[in-house]
Design a protein around this ligand. Structure first.
Ligand SMILES: [Zn+2]
Length: 50
């Protein structure tokens, strides 16, 4: 069985934690995704956080 970790994506603008993902632990490195932020009410860059 593959080991899984939960990754949290936080908005780079307001630091609001908007998204959670289950990911294989083998996938490393910080990822940045453009996602809609409810707090900013627009699409912003979201980065992986703990
Ligand atoms: Zn935001």
């Amino acid at each position: 069985m593959a080991e899984r970790v939960i990754i949290t994506l936080a908005c780079n603008v307001c630091k609001n934690r908007n998204y959670h993902f289950n990911r294989s632990k083998k996938l490393e490195g910080k990822l940045t995704i453009k996602k809609f932020c409810k707090k900013c009410v627009k699409r912003t860059d979201h980065s992986e956080t703990k």
